[in-house]
Ligand binder design. Structure first.
Ligand code: ATP
Ligand code: MG
Length: 481
């Protein structure tokens, strides 16, 4: 199959009677959009991850629609829609919180990254450039001009907008995996399969459309996507799609850090982070996302950083399963803890104060890390604080302890303490003491902290740091280092 030339064999059409996807499983709003497009005389299909998920029998995260209507035509059909994206325009149809994304079929000549966020341009970025008419940076869309070539370059030649619309049998070839390239037709509820996707879903196989090496070179992030679907769906990456990892993984180093941040969140914050991590390591991709962490894990003898990562990811997966909030900030702390504590230890040994040693170590590790996955300051600043606060858990005297409880970052720091204790990187007694202190009523807390002043703490690991008049005696930033 020659996806490059956009060759278009006809699809295998799986009739409604021969597949299990029923309209009852499809979001009512997505159905509304599909029907209105159809009634407007356009083709309308559900496409991508949602068709795959419906075939497997899992609840799709979102419902994406493909159509032969141009973005402007879609916009005219839906008052509750707007056009987004700079390089690629697509319509977002909004129903309260739910957004249904409607993309116009693209020709195979169009670049592969199809969504605004796939360019590292988020909807928010795109929105910032929208004027009140929803048009981009003053480039008012000319009616009638949208159906075919609509290219816009900046003065350095970077493609700002490249809309090359096409037909469904061109659209299919720019998708990544066969399981992601099925189309559910609202006309007769059949599924159109150009690439053997139905069979690959049946056998739970992740297989690239076209020549694997070519497809990875076009967009190296597809390697991460393969692993993500392996982790999320429990599919197996076909040998032909796995083999190129060994030689092509290094291409990930040229991907913009903002896009890798996006991908990191999809891999680690969607409820299957623990599996993503193990698989990324197994496939030799972790070192391209977290080089310092991967190097630390390869060298560490006690397995402590690994234990913290595994516990932290399992914990995050659990929270996702329970519908509780999760933050990338905490996961960055988890992922970078190994290299940070090693760098802090080096500083501490050359005389730095433990808090300072940790803060500086975080800055060093984060600035390295930023070359791969861009960590926004809104995450790296609280993360530095969370890590630098860890030594304070060893100071359980009176007012200091109570003051720490009131610290705005106490909760996150405490969660991290629990993780370190769970991983064996902290004495369990310390975690227990802080857990108990929080469970007490305020006057009991004062009493407890008061009675512990200067005594009753000998169960902690190693020497405590006490306030001294004359010079300071520094203890190691992390007890296990
Ligand atoms: P999820 O359920 O995790 O959202 P998804 O398959 O919907 O999985 P998206 O990232 O939402 O994944 O992308 C939607 C569809 O767009 C994919 O199913 C695929 O057909 C296509 N696609 C996305 N990213 C790429 C890419 N990098 N290269 C080619 N096609 C892509
Ligand atoms: Mg999706």
């Amino acid at each position: 199959m020659d996806h490059q030339s956009g060759a278009a064999p006809s699809p295998v059409i799986v009739e409604r009677a021969d597949h299990p996807v029923s309209r009852a499983q499809i979001s009512g709003n997505a159905l509304k959009v599909l029907y209105r497009l159809r009634d407007g005389g356009y083709q309308a299909f559900l496409v991508g991850g949602c068709v795959r998920d419906l075939l497997i029998g899992i609840q799709p995260k979102d419902f994406d629609i493909s159509t032969d209507a141009s973005p402007e035509e879609v916009r005219r059909l839906f008052r509750n829609s707007r056009l987004i994206g700079r390089r690629f325009r697509l319509a977002h149809v909004r129903f309260g919180q739910q957004i249904i994304e409607v993309a116009t079929f693209r020709a195979s000549g169009a670049p592969m990254a199809i969504d605004p966020d796939l360019d590292g341009i988020t909807d928010e970025d795109a929105d910032e450039n929208l004027d009140e008419n929803g048009d981009i940076d003053g480039n008012v869309a000319e009616p009638g001009d949208s159906r075919n070539h609509d290219r816009l370059h900046d003065d350095r030649g970077r493609l700002l907008r490249d809309n090359v619309y096409g037909t469904i049998d061109q659209d299919v070839w720019r998708r990544d995996f066969t399981c992601n390239a099925l189309y559910y037709n609202i006309e007769d509820f059949s599924i159109w399969d150009y690439v053997g996707g139905v069979e690959d879903i049946r056998s739970r196989t992740i297989r690239l459309i076209g020549d694997p090496e070519t497809r990875y070179r076009e967009d190296p992030v597809r390697m991460l996507r393969a692993v993500r679907f392996e982790a999320k769906l429990g599919f197996t990456i076909h040998e032909s799609a796995r083999a190129p990892f060994a030689t092509l993984a290094g291409l990930l180093e040229h991907i913009p850090p903002a896009r890798l941040l996006d991908e990191f969140q999809k891999l680690f914050l969607a409820g299957f982070g623990r599996r993503s991590f193990d698989l990324l390591r197994e496939h030799g991709l972790l070192e391209h996302l977290f080089p310092a962490t991967a190097a630390h894990l390869a060298a560490e003898k006690d397995g402590m950083a690994l234990a913290i990562i595994r516990a932290g990811l399992a914990n995050t997966d659990q929270r996702v399963a329970e519908g509780r909030p999760v933050t990338p900030m905490f996961l960055f702390a988890v992922m970078l803890f190994g290299p940070v504590s090693a760098a802090a230890q080096r500083r501490f040994e050359s005389g730095a104060h433990p808090g300072v040693a940790i803060a500086e170590a975080v800055d060093e590790v984060v600035s390295e890390q930023n070359r791969r996955i861009g960590i926004p300051k809104r995450y790296s600043i609280p993360m530095r604080e969370l890590l630098a606060l860890q030594p304070r858990f060893h100071r359980r005297e009176g007012r200091r302890a109570l003051g720490f409880l009131a610290h705005p970052r106490f909760r996150a720091a405490y969660d991290f303490l629990l993780l370190r204790a769970e991983a064996g990187a902290e004495h369990p007694e310390i975690a227990r003491w802080w857990t108990e202190l929080q469970s007490l009523a305020p006057e009991q807390q004062r009493e407890r902290a008061g009675t512990e002043t200067g005594g009753g703490q000998e169960s902690g690991p190693g020497p405590r740091r006490r306030r001294r008049r004359g010079g300071r005696r520094h203890r190691a930033p992390n007890p296990e280092t």
